[in-house]
Design a binder for this molecule. Structure first.
Ligand code: 13P
Length: 242
């Protein structure tokens, strides 16, 4: 049985003042939710978020981490530094990292390994561009990138244009099939594959209806606490393994 995971990715938004009010709303509502809930604010807000979320059912994650445990990498943050704070998750390989900062499957994989070494759970993002989808390369892109995953078709991120539930389920099924080949049946059944890309309160239930869609990675719509809570409550809490 896979527990649904709903993750808010604030990207480069938020203030210390806003994280306090947001988490108070989220924590008040999260207790009643069956799904696992994660907030990934910018690095600067992690200490405040962790302090507020202590003892609650909301976990805190980072939006990235470096592949080295320490070293001369100005401006980067190492996974052990995050773990020391109490951070439990790390998003790795997000499409915005790939698009704006030259992240590749190889660097993303190295970051994911560093996160795992530090004991962080990895939310590994992968997904095709619109050109790749139009060229029929979706499954090749997914196969190349697979570790553990959040499927985020790049044409659906911040565009208001989400994948249809059928497109999401089809991609997730392919990812799980590939995971089965790479890691075996048991690991593939445990793997939670999240969908990300223009998830909103009103499309969550349909997107999460697919048997292989085990949660959501939410960008824009996660910035509003009430809206994010509506997303949490719109989905099922658990997915029975196939
Ligand atoms: P949007 O929900 O704003 O499309 O962003 C998706 C995303 O990138 C989540 O990480």
């Amino acid at each position: 049985v896979r527990r649904i995971l709903v993750c808010a990715n604030w990207k480069m938004h938020g203030t210390v003042a806003s994280v306090q009010a947001y988490l108070e709303t989220l924590i008040a509502q999260a207790g009643a939710a069956d799904a696992e809930i994660v907030l990934c604010p910018p690095f600067t807000l992690l200490p405040a978020a962790l302090l507020i979320a202590t003892g609650s059912s909301v976990a805190i994650g980072a939006q990235n981490c470096h592949w080295a445990d320490k070293g001369a990498f100005t401006g980067e943050v190492a996974a052990p530094m995050l773990a020391e704070l109490g951070v439990r998750f790390a998003i790795v390989g997000h499409s915005e990292r790939r698009h704006h900062f030259g992240e590749t499957d190889a660097t993303a994989a190295a970051r994911a390994q560093a996160a795992q070494r530090a004991g962080l759970a990895v939310i590994f993002c992968l997904g095709e561009t619109l050109a790749q989808r139009d060229a029929g390369e979706t499954f090749a892109v997914l196969e190349r990138g697979l570790l553990v995953g959040a499927y985020e078709p790049r044409w659906a991120i911040g565009t208001g244009r989400n994948a249809t539930p059928a497109q999401a389920q089809e991609a997730h099924t392919a990812l799980r099939r590939r995971a089965r080949e790479l890691f075996g049946d048991e690991a593939a059944e445990r793997l939670r594959i999240l969908y990300g890309g223009s998830v909103k309160p009103d499309n969550t239930a349909a997107l999460l209806a697919g048997n292989d869609v085990d949660g959501a990675l939410v960008g824009g719509a996660s910035l509003d606490a009430e809206g994010f809570c509506a997303i949490i409550h719109a989905g099922p809490g658990r997915r029975s393994g196939a």
